[in-house]
Structures are given as C-alpha cells and as structure tokens.
Design a protein. Structure first.
Lengths: 115, 324
C-alpha cells in the first residue's frame, strides 16, 4: 500500500490545492479534489468512492480536535484541531475504513477504485 | 436558567442503608466535595455552595476529598476562551473550604492537546491546590502522543502498570486509578483492555468485601450514551470484580455534566468540567462544547443538580436535558 500523506495545517485552500498538485505522483490523474468535512463528530460524507491516485482531504470543522486512524491498516493523521486539514492520496484500489482515535464511535470509509 | 435534575434510589433491602443521601450540585469552575464517613463516600455538594458543609461531626476516619475534571488547558474556543480562569476559580473554591480536603482527584482531560506547555500551565494551576496529594487519571486529550509519555511523566506513580493504571489507599478506602482512553477501537467506546482487567482482578483479590472502593476513570464505566461514545466497552468485567464489595463509588469525567446512577452496591458519578459544558445525551447534534454567553457561563451551568435519594427500589434516574 502506498499512501501519500500531507498535513495541510492552516494553509489556505488555494495554496493547499497547489501543494497537492505538486505532490501528486505522475500516474495520478486529476480527479476533482475530494474533501471530507468533520462536523458534529461525523465524517461527511461517511463513505466516499474515489479513483486511485485521488487526494482526499479532511477538514475539522468542530470545536474539538479529532485524529484519524485506519481501522484495519496502521495509518494515522496528526491531531487535527479546529479548521486544520489533513490530506492523503490513495494510490492503490481497496476499501479503507477509518475512525477517530479520540472518539472511536466516529467512523468512515474511503473506497478506492482502479479507475 | 438551565437545570438538570436526577434522582437515584437504591434498595435498602440489599443492606445499603448505610449509604445515605448522596447529592451534589455542580458548577463549571468548581469541583465536587466528597466526604468519607464510615468508609462510605458521600457527596457534600458543590464547592462554594452553602450546602457544602464540613464532614459530619467527629466521625472517626472521616475525611474529604475533591474531584476536579476536564480542565482542557489549551482550549480557547468560543465556549470558554479562558479555561485557566475557570480552573483557577475551581481551585480557589477548594482552597476556601472550611475543612481542608485530604487530597484531590482529577478525572482526566487535564489538557486539551497534550502539549508540553499545556501540561506546564495545568501543573502551575493545580499546584495551587491546598490539599494533600493530587491523583490524576488521563483523558483522551492527555494522551494524544499515543504513548501517554507526557502524562505519565507528570502524574503516573512509579509503580503504575501498563498504560499508567495504579491503586492506592487513603484512610481505609481503596482507590483504583484506571486508564480507559488508550488503544481505542474503531466503532467502539472507552477501553480498559485485557491487561488492565487482569491487573484489576488481581489487585482486588484478597481484599475484604467490607473494604470501601473508589474507582477513578475518565470515560464513564457505565453506558451513559453509546451513540456519543459515552461508555466503556469492557467495563462489565471490571464491575463483575467489584460487585462483591459493600461500597463501590465510580467517579468519572468526560461528559462535562453531572450524572449519577446506582446499580446494586455500585454508585456511578460523573463530574462537571471546569472548562465548558457539553449537552445532555441526545439533546444536540453532537457532544461538542455548548456555547453560552460568556457572562452566563458559570451561572447557567451552576444550576445543574443531581440528587440521590435512597430508600426505595428500583433505581430511578430522572434527566432534564440542558437547554443551550
């Protein structure tokens, strides 16, 4: 599994998009930016399906920090405080369930397709 | 005004009459004062409240201790931009008590993001407590470094086991300081884990049934509201090991509001936060901080009230949700 991770921190949206483009591997075709908004202790949308190579960004819109972790794979994000973002590019097809390691009742899934 | 009331009753036929009225009022920026008379913890009420009286008479071996919780040092959002001030107010309230508490317990989320400077600030503030020892269990906000190293360096005694759990004794009362905020599983609740449960069973083995037990843990050990993660997945095994004891009091934090429940001989209690309130279960879209006007923060939370009235069965728990 190859995962490219990027902590966006407080970067403005435009700068973030540029940074992600610059970091994208050559085979990653431009899928539209995908953002999962963390709001009211839920991942919105809770399940997303994206082509491989897509950068997925989480934005914490809660007043409480959250921290992402893979449910069945050992990946995790830094702590995301309010308004912080975290991006990860999923290079290989598969189903990637994840949760918040502070509030484990919060769960979501990224489904990565071959195309 | 926002008001929350709960009443709990237990069954005197089970020989629990010595656990007399247990009641407390809670207020953001305060702690809860507890007294232990005849080995049975009783809440004396809100610190700073007129009802908070010194322990009854000259009962041998009686003492008081305070419970402070969820200080979230480092939080600076709208719900409370100055959590240092409200923690300081709590400490001032403790220090103004007519009888000095023997010690203090903090039931977790001392810090908001586990940052070294947050631990420093919290230590400076909590150092102002004019009580004996301070016993602290971690909240999930205190272990964001995944290893709980910063927390353990501050608060875990040398003989702490595993992720930092330990036990201690005060005046004949046996305290268990548990860690249920580590190694949480997807979709799950608080977690004690096999190693800690085995330690707990071993720790209790051989102790007389008459030993009063107080359990400290951040996330409630009973199922308050699983939809918001307010419970501990494997607490049942811990409670099974505790049921033979005549007096068990479980003190939790995490949910930033007072709740109380009695199951058999086990009394559960959650404390108010010193930082910000959280909504009553299911009364809001999420358990995030409740925002109230700054000049009303303490007053609005100050009327939260819990009463435990013994005498008749079965257990009754009455909630009036907070209204923001």
């Amino acid at each position: 599994m190859t995962i490219v991770r990027r902590m966006a921190g407080a970067l403005p949206g435009a700068a973030l998009a540029l940074a992600l483009l610059a970091a994208a591997p050559p085979q990653a075709r431009a899928a539209g930016p995908v953002e999962i908004r963390i709001d009211n202790f839920t991942f919105n949308p809770p399940v997303i399906t994206v082509p491989k190579g897509t950068a997925v960004t989480w934005l914490n819109a809660d007043d409480i920090p959250h921290k992402l972790a893979g449910s069945d794979r050992p990946w995790k994000s830094p702590v995301l405080d309010t308004d912080q973002r975290f991006s990860m590019t999923f290079a290989e097809p598969g189903t990637y369930p994840y949760f918040c390691s502070l509030h484990p009742h919060m769960t979501g899934t990224v489904v990565v397709t071959a195309e | 005004m926002t008001r929350i009331e709960k009443a709990s009753r237990t069954d005197q036929e089970q020989g629990l009459s010595r656990r007399t009225a247990l009641s407390c009022m809670a207020w953001v920026g305060t702690g809860v004062l507890w007294t232990v008379a005849g080995g049975v913890p009783r809440s004396l009420g809100l610190i700073g409240d007129a009802a908070a009286a010194p322990p009854g008479g000259s009962t041998p071996n009686s003492f008081t201790f305070v419970q402070v919780s969820d200080s979230h040092i480092g939080f600076n959002k709208e719900a409370n931009p100055d959590v240092g001030a409200t923690l300081r107010a709590a400490i001032d309230g403790v220090n103004a008590l007519p009888v000095r508490p023997a010690f203090a317990v903090h039931t977790g989320d001392v810090t908001h993001l586990s940052k070294p400077e947050e631990f420093d600030t919290a230590a400076q503030l909590l150092g102002g407590l004019k009580t004996g020892a301070l016993h602290v269990v971690p909240g999930e906000h205190d272990v964001l470094d995944d290893t709980a190293t910063a927390f353990r360096e501050r608060y875990a005694p040398r003989d702490a086991r595993g992720n930092g759990w330990y036990s201690f004794d005060e005046a004949g009362v046996h305290f268990l300081a548990l860690v249920n905020v580590m190694d949480l599983k997807a979709g799950g609740l608080g977690n004690l884990g096999e190693e800690q449960l085995a330690w707990l069973e071993d720790d209790l083995r051989g102790r007389a049934d008459s030993t009063p037990i107080v359990v400290l843990a951040h996330i409630p050990l009973w199922s308050v509201y699983p939809e918001w993660g307010w419970g501990t997945a494997d607490s049942e095994r811990a409670l099974a090991a505790l049921r033979r004891f005549g007096s068990v009091t479980v003190l939790n934090g995490h949910i930033h509001q007072v709740m109380q429940k009695v199951e058999g001989r086990i009394a559960f209690h959650t404390a108010m936060s010193t930082a910000f309130p959280q909504p009553a279960p299911g009364s809001a879209p999420s358990p995030g901080p409740m925002k109230v006007p700054a000049d009303q923060l303490r007053r609005m939370l100050g009327v939260s009230r819990v009463e435990y009235v013994p005498g008749t069965a079965p257990l009754a728990l009455v909630d009036t949700p907070l209204i923001g």
